[in-house]
Design a protein. Structure first.
Length: 167
């Protein structure tokens, strides 16, 4: 009988799906994996490289992480930023440590909201608007897409800075 190969998991990878996992647990586990991945990309990057634009649009590692904290607060906590464009620009006072701490605290608060949601068809928290809030299922799926897209950007930026690749 041939041996099966089990790939080694990194600390940012989640365990494989089991029959007992709920849809919410699978979605949150996927999102958490991506959250850890993008946080790892900014960890240990020195100034000024962490805030130096890697592309003509001005995108930088610190700005991506700061932006994702705002997106988490918008979709899971119902907090709308004053200006979305500013969420991608770190202030002179922002550091890797402060932005990472804010991101992680925001993720913890968001995870509390997700855990408290009894039904994925229920609306997610939202700042007042004229249209109804999307469902928690849509919000989790959208945040997976949003975080994955920016994690991909962070992969490229980190590789440009010091050659680090992978999760």
């Amino acid at each position: 009988m041939p041996k099966t190969h089990t790939p080694k998991q990194t600390e940012t990878e989640t365990e494989t799906e089991t029959e007992t996992e709920t849809e919410k647990a699978i979605l949150r586990g996927t999102l958490d994996q991506l959250r850890k991945s993008i946080a790892a990309k900014a960890t240990g990057v020195p100034e000024p490289q962490v805030r130096t634009a890697g592309v003509p649009s001005g995108t930088n590692l610190l700005g991506l992480l700061k932006h994702l904290a705002y997106v988490e607060r918008f979709y899971f906590l119902g907090e709308e930023p004053k200006e979305w464009g500013a969420t991608l620009r770190p202030s002179p006072e922002d550091t890797v440590d402060t932005v990472l701490a804010d991101y992680r605290a925001t993720v913890d608060r968001a995870n509390q909201v997700i855990a408290a949601c009894p039904d994925l068809t229920a609306p997610a928290p939202r700042a007042p608007r004229r249209t109804p809030a999307p469902s928690m299922r849509w919000t989790l799926t959208h945040m997976i897409e949003e975080t994955a897209r920016h994690a991909g950007h962070a992969d490229i930026l980190r590789e440009q800075i010091d050659g680090t690749t992978g999760r």
